[in-house]
Design a protein around this ligand. Sequence first.
Ligand code: FES
Length: 283
Amino acid sequence: MDTDKYPTESDRRRFVKGVAGGAAMAAISTAGGAAIEATTTGAGTGGGTVTYRAAKNTDGPAPRGLPQIPLELDDDGYLKGIWPEAEERELEDGTTITVAETELGGVTYSTQWFQYCGCQTFQNVQPDGDHDNYMRYSANTRLDWQSSETSIGERVHVDQFDDYAEWGNGIGEDGYGKPANCTWRSQDVDSEETLPIQVIRSTRVERAAEESEWLAESTVDGFIAFLNKCTHFCCIPGFKDSSDAPKFGAANKSYCACHQSVYDPFEVVERSFTALPRPNTDG
Ligand code: FES
């Protein structure tokens, strides 16, 4: 690996990772009691109230923020979303449930975060689903830079974002962040089960990561990602991909054109919602 191109993590970040790793081991070994509010009902399994980290919804009818996806870079500079190892867990009523969750930066990150808008039925959102975790460029983009400089399905590489600190496209202010429309865990599934992902690299994310243990662990080199399904009616919002966005106060935010919901990808907040149950395939 070229360490000039792919800067090594700061000492602080390495330290935080070490602490979080230890906490994760402890949490998993005692997690049965904590048992997430996972339920198994006739309607399915693994639904219930869950607390998550979100890009804050700041305007419009969206009831809550977009769920964040923790990220990492591999040794060659390719961007990956983190999917925790699945494990079996026994509920109080004696039934068994499969969960994929881990302690990360002081937060319990669970794949329940993505169980809404129909995604709860997708193969690639089942906790033990074995899918490709690299972020890949989507065919569905209105970003000129992405259409002209990348190929559909290509893995996202850090070098493609070298200009992130000053990037702009005439929508809002330059230098807020460079976006890409991506997919995740969707290489080998039916097209209707594709997970749309918003990836942004921004100096704002880098600065926020210096102040937050969670963001230090869940973002990498200024990259942040969200499941890009509007929490209103499941449309796909966009960051700097609509000339209408400034009219709705979203020049430097994510804007959903369906009913004008606005999300701030640089304001990550804690929220709760009721994760929808997955199809009942657990024992
Ligand atoms: S604002 Fe209605 S689907 Fe996004």
